[in-house]
Design a protein around this ligand. Structure first.
Ligand code: NDP
Length: 279
């Protein structure tokens, strides 16, 4: 039986630790503030933004909501970001992605001051991660590292295989595992013999974006399997990129979906906000 890595519990511990820190800061007269900008009213984005607001409320972080219409121009959005960059009372800025097609996402990400880039998407943040300097780290992969550490799973010296090389999950995941002294392989759609590469892994992080694709045939006996994927299956049930029923009997430890990586993303966003406030 695999150890079930409980992301719900671990994320709650992190949020409670942050709540205490935020209360201490408040006593010193400092109120941490996150500005969240949502352009348009994509239903999924509205849910994500709502969850971020709720987490801020729980921890005691002030959240400023900028809910602007779909027709907002790129220049108008850049103007909002510029004002928030200059506002000393705002510590973190987050633009909920995706933005509407008429807005250049890259321009928006680049406009956020790296010192307020709590999503960790700015090229300066990504660059800092790759050369081991201080900077914000993308929340989902940062959450995976916390799951491993707080479950006492050793990373140093381990064969770590990441499936996926996206800018927000796969690539920073690889860099973080390397920073923790793992021996890292990053796989993608052109990888030959994906199964064979995955079977080498002591720690397998799956961010492939394909429902239940990774079954037991990809997993070494006793490996730790981290499932980043989130999907709704044909029965509207949440599932991951890993076929949990097939992999759980083989794995040494595994994250469920829901209740694994998912809740960690917001917890790490809150962590980044508190760090931004301390800078
Ligand atoms: P992307 O679609 O951006 O990236 C998927 C990656 O998987 C790509 O690098 C792609 O390779 C690779 N890939 C696709 N098919 C194959 C294949 N057959 N063999 C090997 N590699 C393959 O996804 P994201 O990184 O944004 O997200 C991954 C998953 O994580 C999704 O399910 C998403 O919903 C979920 N997610 C969950 C979050 C959370 O908070 N829990 C946050 C963010 C994402 P190539 O680059 O060659 O195309």
């Amino acid at each position: 039986m695999a150890q079930i890595i409980d992301g719900k519990l671990i994320s709650q511990q992190i949020k409670d630790e942050l709540k205490e820190k935020v209360a201490e800061l408040k006593e010193e007269g400092k109120e941490i503030c996150l500005a969240v900008i949502q352009v348009g009213n994509d239903p999924a984005s509205t849910v994500y933004v709502g969850n971020k607001k709720k987490a801020c409320e729980y921890i005691g972080i002030k959240s400023l909501a900028y809910e602007v219409p779909e027709e907002t121009t790129e220049a108008e959005l850049l103007d909002i970001i510029d004002k928030l960059n200059k506002d000393d009372n705002v510590h973190g800025i987050l633009v909920q992605l995706p933005v509407p097609k008429h807005i250049n996402e890259e321009k928006i990400i680049n406009a956020i001051s790296p010192s307020k880039d709590v999503d960790g998407f700015h090229p300066a943040s990504v660059g800092a991660l790759s050369i081991g300097q201080k900077g914000f780290v993308s929340c989902t992969p940062a959450g995976v590292i916390q799951l491993l550490k707080r479950s006492n799973i050793e990373i140093s010296g381990k064969e770590c295989v990441v499936i996926g090389r996206s800018n927000i999950v796969g690539k920073p995941m690889g860099m973080l595992l390397l920073r923790e002294n793992g021996t890292v392989t990053i796989c993608h759609s052109r990888t030959k013999d994906l199964k064979e590469v995955c079977k080498r892994a002591d720690i397998l992080v799956v961010a492939i974006g394909k429902p239940r694709m990774i079954d037991a045939s990809y997993v070494k006996e006793g490996a730790t399997v981290i499932d980043v994927g989130i999907h709704r299956d044909e029965n509207n049930k949440l599932c991951g990129d890993v076929d949990y029923a097939s992999v759980e009997p083989v794995a040494g430890a595994i994250t469920p979906v829901p209740g694994g990586v998912g809740p960690m993303t917001i917890a790490m966003l809150m962590n980044n906000c508190v760090e931004a406030g301390l800078n």
